[in-house]
Design a protein around this ligand. Structure first.
Ligand SMILES: C[S@@+](CC[C@H](N)C(=O)[O-])C[C@H]1O[C@@H](n2cnc3c(N)ncnc32)[C@H](O)[C@@H]1O
Length: 223
């Protein structure tokens, strides 16, 4: 498959266990925006870069109509296995999300948990435009990216501003390309959306010598 990001994630998923449960910011976004829906099965949510699908699993389990896309065959296979084992339904697609195989205005919400940041700045802009296209007017987007203070920034080989490969240490070691963003990059990337809310979450590692930090952006496609 010709693809816009490198295959490190396929190696990760075929050689180690990956987080099976969703992060708190994803749970919060789903709960705030969709728990009140009178019929959850009518709410269509997309997990962009699902990997083995912690977020897909959670959203399906909560009764939403979920689709997932990822380029890792092992990630999608693990997700299908888990859904089957637990009797849950979701549409799962193996593919490059630089082009989304859904019609305009398909989804009520799209979640990206640290998947967009595996792509270059130019490709990330194309992907965000695709997310905008497949969202319904008024639909929401929750997108999580590493900040340019996070462990890994400046390590390895710089291939573009904020973009590094062969990161030599930390949680992004052996994870391929990562795009770390400053606030200006975040503001520019999501500028076609409205009601944009930017938060930062961070934690430390190695006895507080390292910082791991994420932008959590939530925004809405204008009506
Ligand atoms: C850091 S993992 C996150 C996985 C998942 N969102 C989670 O929270 O556990 C990034 C994922 O994005 C996928 N990915 C990155 N860029 C992609 C692209 N352009 N098309 C398809 N999958 C992509 C990788 O295969 C990988 O599964």
């Amino acid at each position: 498959m010709s693809q816009s990001w490198d295959s490190a994630w396929e190696t990760v998923f075929s050689s180690q266990a990956w987080g099976a449960y969703p992060s708190e910011h994803i749970i919060r976004w789903v709960a705030r925006n969709y728990y009140k829906a009178p019929d959850r099965s009518a709410v269509r949510l997309l997990d962009l870069g699902s990997g083995p699908g912690a977020n897909t699993w959670f959203m399906a389990r909560e009764g939403f109509q979920v689709s997932a896309i990822d380029g890792s065959p092992t990630g999608i296979a693990l997700l299908n296995q888990r859904l089957g084992k637990e009797g849950l339904q979701a549409e799962t697609v193996l593919g490059d999300f630089i082009q989304l195989p859904w019609a305009d205005g398909t989804f009520d919400g799209v979640v990206d948990n640290a998947a967009l940041c595996c792509n270059t700045t130019a490709n990330a802009a194309r992907i965000v435009a695709e997310v905008h296209r497949v969202l319904k007017p008024g639909g929401t987007f929750c997108s999580t990216n590493f900040t340019d203070r996070s462990w890994g920034y400046g390590l390895g080989k710089q291939v573009e501003p904020g973009g590094f490969t062969a990161i030599s240490d930390g949680p992004l070691h052996n994870k391929g390309f990562c795009l770390f963003m400053g606030r200006a990059a975040v503001d520019s990337l999501y500028s076609a959306f409205a009601d944009t809310n930017v938060e930062r979450i961070s934690w430390t590692a190695d006895d507080m010598t390292q910082l791991i930090e994420l932008w959590v952006v939530t925004c809405r496609k204008p009506l």
